[in-house]
Design a protein around this ligand. Structure first.
Ligand code: SAM
Length: 282
């Protein structure tokens, strides 16, 4: 049975109407499903954490490959479907909760002994893509990679190169924690219902060490966020207006670091932000 037939069958059997508020766009393209699962490089000893399994389309394929799959789903209506579909799999665990509230560190700790690598795979709900990705990174989870389908526009930002086009504060966060790779463009016709936007599968490979060493990681990210809060402002005004330092201190810093007084945050690379953050946290 194709993924499209499977999805239509399950939606009919369980009287499911996709819930827009939960970002439900079910993937119905066999090639894309295969591509996500093969790009995730799942080994027989891996623990896979899937966010938003929905009707279980990716879950079914992940269960065949991984040592264990922990699927985290918020929607009550998906519970009986997932439980019935996968109750015979000893390697399936379902968590009925908002992923943003799940203690992932604890979950990983419980399973760590039995698995080698931990990989995250998901067709993410688009309304909370950024908070989910930031949670996964900021919690410093011992995860190897994150392979996710997200909105194309967000993918562009996450995989942009700091200091070049299309960047935002999140570009710098991503490039601090991981190497980002674009995997596959996915048209909106690959989903039921079709979202208004196109999508892309990206893979984030978590770095063992960050590419720059900073004195104070929290302050480093505060500086980056402050620089991007008002995009049309200079770095000087962005940092001053957001309480990072006085204009006087910032002018001296720009001079000491040999940066133009009118430079904008988006022109800086990661090491320059590290220099600025270290200078100001002295
Ligand atoms: N994996 C399925 C697929 O590929 O067809 C469904 C993907 S759909 C884009 C996103 C899924 O995330 C939905 O099943 C939705 O109910 C679920 N979801 C939405 N918000 C969530 C949250 N805060 N925590 C966990 N799951 C959530």
């Amino acid at each position: 049975m194709s993924v499209l037939e499977e999805t239509k069958f399950l939606m009919k059997k369980y009287h499911i109407n996709a819930n827009k508020n939960l970002g439900q766009n079910f993937l119905v393209d066999d090639d894309v499903v295969d591509n996500i699962v093969s790009s995730a490089n799942i080994e027989p000893n891996d623990l896979v954490i899937e966010i938003g399994p929905g009707l279980g389309t990716l879950t079914a394929r992940l269960l065949e490959k991984a040592n264990k799959v922990i699927a985290i789903e918020l929607d009550d209506k998906m519970m009986p479907i997932l439980e019935e579909r996968f109750h015979l799999y000893h390697n399936f665990e379902l968590i009925h909760q908002d992923v943003l509230k799940v203690d992932l560190k604890q979950k990983i700790e419980e399973n760590k002994e039995k698995v080698s690598d931990i990989k995250i795979v998901a067709n993410l709900p688009y309304y909370i893509t950024t908070p989910i990705i930031m949670k996964l990174l900021e919690e410093h989870l011992p995860v190897e990679s994150i392979t996710v389908m997200i909105q194309k526009e967000v993918a562009d930002r996450l995989t942009a190169i700091p200091g070049k086009k299309n960047t935002g504060a999140i570009t710098y966060c991503i490039s601090y924690y991981c190497e980002a790779q674009e995997i596959l463009l996915v048209p909106n016709t690959s989903f039921i219902p079709s979202p208004e936007v196109n999508s892309e599968v990206i893979q984030l490979t978590i770095r063992k060490e960050p590419p720059v060493i900073v004195k104070d990681e929290n302050f480093f990210f505060r500086v980056i966020h402050a620089s991007f809060m008002q995009r049309r402002k200079t770095l000087l005004n962005g940092l001053a207006n957001n309480g990072i330092a006085s204009k006087e201190t910032l002018k001296k810093m720009l001079n000491d670091l040999q940066l133009d007084e009118n430079i904008r945050g988006e022109a800086l690379n990661l090491s320059q932000f590290a220099q600025i953050s270290d200078y100001l946290s002295k």
